[in-house]
Design a binder for this molecule. Structure first.
Ligand SMILES: Nc1nc2c(c(=O)[nH]1)N[C@H]1C(S)=C(S)[C@@H](COP(=O)(O)OP(=O)(O)OC[C@H]3O[C@@H](n4cnc5c(=O)[nH]c(N)nc54)[C@H](O)[C@@H]3O)O[C@H]1N2
Ligand SMILES: Nc1nc2c(c(=O)[nH]1)N[C@H]1C(S)=C(S)[C@@H](COP(=O)(O)OP(=O)(O)OC[C@H]3O[C@@H](n4cnc5c(=O)[nH]c(N)nc54)[C@H](O)[C@@H]3O)O[C@H]1N2
Ligand code: SF4
Ligand SMILES: [Mo]
Length: 740
């Protein structure tokens, strides 16, 4: 029999509604451990839902592979334990949890709770009850060593906001923006955008409608991205020079007095200091440094300032380049000086239904300590609110002394191909006393683990869209029950943490109360507890799923009477860093061992539609699009180096080398190579056409990192490129790359 069930996709964060055709043997016994006669369910088809009020049927190629993903022949179906010979042997979840809990108990007894760390990666962000359970587990054992992919992604969003102060009611909405400035993000591929940006909810149609109503689009990107193709002004910035460019835009706006003077008088502090600090960033200086036309810089500044509504926002590109917190600060400053905030009476675009029932006032929440978290033992860095910095995790593992991390639970992540400095990351993973990986695939990281615990995948669990809750382009309510009976000895992420906590005798405190650890908990109870303080109660969320609740949108309240805080647009460390930037020549000086002659190229990150970081290329329907992360280069650069599309090139940074497959694209700026991350494995060079290569091997955590949040340089990496002459000629057939 076949039944069609409605749910939403969780291959990525975007939560596109889908319907799934599920084939099952009618009359069979259902439920875990049902044994012989158990119900076997197979997802056979996945489609978008055309009459969904927000997404209007939109899905992407990844989501349409969910059936294959769930039933992939090599999907892990039972826990694996590495034996004394280093070989993985199947085991049961009960035995695995017993041993893991015993070893964690010993580690806590010997070294203290800080020695027990976890890393939540992108996979776990797609499960709304994973991170709350992980945080609750850490609270229960009193360990601050909670790490996530946020701190190797765009931590500057939070760091800059804390330092500058934030507008409680947020930046203006996208839906009625007159102008949008997109700085290094590309939602047509990534389905991801900063607040006020074009979100991943049916992005192509949404963009077309916005352009049709007259919205002007300014894109800052070293390549003509899918988004830049629709831009009114495209600034093809030299990678790593965004701080220079943004300082230049602010300079034009302030010197032509195009800013919102009334708003600044009331809400912006240090405007005089800011004006002085950006004065040297003239259009001519910016033009020379960023390699963009000076007139275009002026045009972009005037177009943005003209508004009257619409925001500037940044994505992964410049957030991974040098001076990332400064860059983000300058982007937020553009919004602040142009008064692009939601005012009293305005309604917020997304519903924030899963978040606590906060009031949003039209006022600045005061600037505060940008690094308020737990101090690290290395580099003098401090954590973010509630989490530590992933870029120093390898050192927290390797550095002897009190507080050293000895156990790591990797929850839906792949550090070996994702963390900057691959060699150091691998050494750290090997140095651990216990590495547990929760993943449904044997990844480059899982290969180094003592235990690999396969989770239930998305169709097999109840969920709400946590990442999108504050990003939906409308007050859209979403929830799904589990729509597929799982097969195998699988543990959802929360069940791993609850299983360990139960054995250790520690608690798991959640917003709605402690999670019962007696085996009675399930996904729905986890949702109730994890979102126990949500603005819309979970019961109501379940009953209103897939609807837009316009009348429940948050309306901005008046400011609290009395004295109020202001945006700090030019604190002393911003002025000092701007002055450093003004003396730099190339934006890459922050990397030790850099010199402009040896490293004339910049390697920039990008995302590919058919994979999600390291996930996807194992599925036949996605591998058909491409099996390597091609190194896209301008044809003239390729001619200079003497390579053609398909040739191998050696890409070297001051700290490492990889082999890439060259691919010609005239959308890329000269002296730039554009490549997706998280491909390849720990040793891949000889199979680069089949597996790609890990760009994180080119990154260092020893220099160039952000002084406040430790963010390493993962884009705009200075590199040299030359033709690779393999010792043995490589076979050509089978090479497939995606078109840019
Ligand atoms: N040089 C460079 N480095 C980068 C970046 C870059 O642009 N350039 N990007 C950075 C960014 S933004 C990020 S977010 C990180 C990515 O870093 P990670 O999040 O660590 O890497 P992913 O490859 O996304 O790993 C996700 C894993 O989750 C697994 N998974 C999928 N679904 C599930 C599930 O339901 N449950 C569980 N438990 N696992 C699941 C997948 O199989 C996959 O192995 O990389 C960062 N590194
Ligand atoms: N299909 C797909 N979707 C994804 C992912 C994926 O792997 N595949 N990953 C997910 C994750 S983990 C994240 S964090 C989001 C990220 O979402 P986005 O931030 O939108 O990521 P990208 O699509 O890589 O867009 C970054 C853009 O920045 C440009 N860029 C690179 N370096 C610089 C620079 O120095 N300056 C400027 N101005 N631009 C630069 C690149 O050319 C690229 O067009 O996407 C998510 N969505
Ligand atoms: S954008 Fe694609 S992968 Fe992401 S949720 Fe939508 S269909 Fe799934
Ligand atoms: Mo990310």
């Amino acid at each position: 029999m076949i039944e069609t069930r409605e749910t939403f996709c969780r291959f990525c964060h975007a939560a596109c509604p889908i319907e799934v055709d599920v084939e099952f043997n009618a009359g069979a016994v259902t439920g875990a451990g049902a044994g012989a006669g158990a119900r076997v369910e197979t997802a056979v088809a996945v489609r978008g839902i055309p009459d969904d009020p927000l997404f209007e049927g939109y899905t992407c190629i990844k989501g349409r592979q969910l059936a294959d993903q769930h039933h992939a022949p090599d999907r892990l179906r039972a826990p694996l334990r590495r034996d004394s010979h280093g070989t993985f042997q199947p085991t049961t979840s009960g035995d695995a949890l017993d041993d893991i809990a015993t070893r964690i108990g010993e580690i806590i007894a010997r070294y203290g709770p800080r020695a027990v760390a976890s890393y939540t990666g992108t996979g776990a962000f797609q499960n709304s009850i994973s991170m709350p359970a992980t945080v609750a587990f850490h609270a229960g054992i009193d360990s601050p060593s909670f790490y996530t992919s946020i701190t190797i992604d765009q931590p500057a969003h939070l760091t800059a906001r804390l330092r500058m102060g934030a507008w409680e009611a947020g930046w203006q909405n996208f839906r009625d923006a007159d102008v949008l400035m997109a700085i290094g993000y590309n939602p047509l591929v990534s389905s991801y955008a900063p607040s006020g940006g074009l979100q991943g909810t049916n992005p192509f149609v949404t963009l077309r409608r916005a352009k049709a109503r007259g919205m002007k689009l300014i894109v800052i990107d070293p390549r003509r991205s899918e988004l830049a193709t629709s831009a009114d002004v495209w600034l093809q910035v030299k990678p790593g020079e965004d701080p220079t460019l943004l300082a230049g835009l602010i300079n034009v706006i302030l010197s032509e007095r195009l800013h919102d003077i009334d708003f600044c008088n009331e809400w912006v502090a240090q405007l005089g200091e800011l004006t002085a600090a950006v004065a040297s960033f003239t259009p001519e200086v910016v033009s020379a440094r960023c390699e963009v036309d000076a007139d275009l810089v002026v045009e972009a500044a005037r177009l943005f300032a003209a508004g009257p509504r619409g925001t500037a926002g940044t994505g992964t590109g410049p957030n991974m380049a040098p001076h990332s917190t400064l860059m983000e600060h300058l982007a937020l400053t553009l919004n602040a000086i142009c008064g692009r905030v939601n005012r009293e009476g305005d309604r917020l675009e997304s519903g924030s239904f899963l978040n606590p029932g906060d009031t949003r006032r039209a006022q600045v929440s005061a600037p505060s300590d940008p690094a308020p978290g737990t101090p690290h033992r290395v580099k003098g860095l401090k954590g973010m609110p509630g989490e530590m910095l992933t870029n120093v995790l390898a050192e927290e593992i390797m550095e002897p002394g009190e507080g050293r991390v000895r156990c790591l639970i990797v929850c839906g992540g792949n550090p070996v191909v994702a963390f900057p400095d691959q060699h150091k990351t691998i050494a750290a993973m090997r140095d651990l006393e216990l590495l547990v990986v929760i993943d449904h695939r044997m990844t480059a990281t899982a290969e180094l683990a003592q235990y690999v615990l396969p989770p239930r995948l998305e169709l097999e669990r109840a969920d709400v869209p946590t990442v999108m809750d504050r990003r939906f382009a409308a007050p859209y309510v979403s929830y799904t029950p589990a729509v597929l009976v799982p097969e195998g000895d699988l543990l959802s992420e929360w069940e791993v943490f609850a299983g360990i906590a139960a054995r250790l005798g520690t608690k798991m405190p959640l917003a709605g109360g402690d999670l019962p650890l007696d085996g009675t908990a399930n996904d729905e109870m986890m949702l109730d507890l994890a979102y126990g303080n949500s603005r819309m109660p979970m019961a109501e969320i379940r009953s209103k799923r897939s609807t837009i609740q316009e009348h429940l949108a948050i309306t901005v309240m008046a400011a609290t009477p009395g004295p109020h805080a202001r945006f700090a647009v030019a604190p002393p460390d911003v002025i000092a860093e701007l002055s450093v930037v003004s003396t730099e020549q190339t934006g890459a000086e922050v990397i030790d061992g850099f010199d402009p002659d040896s490293f004339p190229f910049r390697l920039i990150s990008r995302r590919l539609k058919h994979v999600l970081n390291s996930l996807g290329r194992e599925l036949p329907g996605l591998a058909r699009v491409g099996t390597t992360n091609a190194a896209y280069m301008h044809p003239h650069d390729m001619a200079v180096i003497g390579v053609e599309t398909g040739d191998l090139i050696e890409i070297s940074s001051p700290s490492g080398s990889i082999i890439g497959v060259a691919e010609s694209s005239d959308t890329i700026k000269r002296n730039v190579v554009s490549m997706a991350h998280s491909w390849g494995g720990s040793v891949t060079d000889e199979h680069v056409r089949e597996h790609g290569s890990p760009t994180n091997r080119l990154c260092t955590v020893d220099s160039g990192y952000d002084p406040l949040n430790g963010m390493a340089v993962q884009s705009a990496i200075p590199v040299s490129i030359r033709r690779h002459e393999p010792v043995q000629p490589q076979p050509q057939p089978g090479r497939r790359v995606a078109s840019p």
